[in-house]
Design a protein around this ligand. Sequence first.
Ligand SMILES: Cc1ncc(COP(=O)(O)O)c(C=O)c1O
Ligand SMILES: [Zn+2]
Length: 402
Amino acid sequence: MYLDHLECPRCGKTLAGGRRIQTCECGSPLLVRYDLERVGAVLDRQALTARPASLWRYRELLPVGDDAHIVSLGEGMTPLVRAPRLGRRFGFQNLFIKDEGIIPTGTFKARGAAVGVSCAREVGVDTLAMPTNGNAGGAWAAYCAAAGIRCVIVMPQDAPAINTREIAVTGADLFLVDGLISDAGKIVGRAVARHGWFDASTLKEPYRIEGKKTMGLEIAEQMGWRVPDVILYPTGGGVGIIGIYKALRELQALGWIGAKMPRLVAVQASGCAPIVKAYEARAAASEFWEGAATCAFGITVPKALGDFLVLEAVYATHGCAVAVTDAAILEAQAQIAAAEGNFVCPEGAATFAAARELRAQGWIQPEEEVVLLNTGTGLKYPQTVDADPPLLAPRDDLPVDG
Ligand SMILES: Cc1ncc(COP(=O)(O)O)c(C=O)c1O
Ligand SMILES: [Zn+2]
């Protein structure tokens, strides 16, 4: 195990890892720090490439102590695919999609769940609880089932219908709330205080982010140990973008990539854009967004615990934060599917809507390498597409010309 300690990015306090732990006593999320010198001494980046294609190939940069505790459904090493037709159409010469649509449970949430549940198992958690916008609940319920951990989930009733079913089928205890993820979070908070359960809410334990950071490790490896110019990420709780930033800083410390960082772009929906509002004011943290609503349900997070870390990643990389309308998201979803055959989730589509806007403003140059993070499959969101094909009787001929 190369985990050295846990560190509070707000007050600087350090704590020992490898035990049941939630946030810092100051309320901030904790970050895992590794002994990167030792990792660098035992691990060669070339040797990595021969390992199995899962996120566990980065074993030394992950916080699980004993392999026996790993819970895996085969997650990670998703493709980084070129999107040449889409790129040509909209003025990008080097457009890529990091495609999380093919990962277990259909979204990148599997990464956080794989590592988070493995660590929970390692420290002896028997019941964990979490609020979710749906996909994290689906992933954590699945990994908890595989780990034999009881999982209690509270989710907004407006979450996609598939999330209810995918959670229920695992046997998890599922509750819907007539409210937002912030309301679900408060219910979970009261329950964990009462029952002594482990709180697996976003950034209330330090290990989910370690799973999500593997997206950053993979992008660097897949590009030949270098980084693109821009990465656009659909930002709700922000764990993914914080994780990608952390991963790239770790790779820099290892000397596996150079000094260049991609400009990180936090993409939100205009119906829920607290990070964008904070960015526009050059603030260090966000404020609660009232009346949050968007078709990209996963990014309906009115106030993120790690907002200051998202903003730090954006500022430090000379990135930006952009809001896009639901209409632009759905248009982008159709454009990606029509050009590349990839039915992406609305959150993933939001990144392309934002990229188009930034390209139009000249913030992205035509030749720059741009990575869109598609965080999940569109198959989980059938309601985002209207289709009304003509119905034929068996004896009908096709009413079209050849
Ligand atoms: C498909 C999808 N994309 C993006 C997000 C946002 O994730 P993060 O917490 O990393 O900002 C979510 C969260 O629920 C999601 O389900
Ligand atoms: Zn602290």
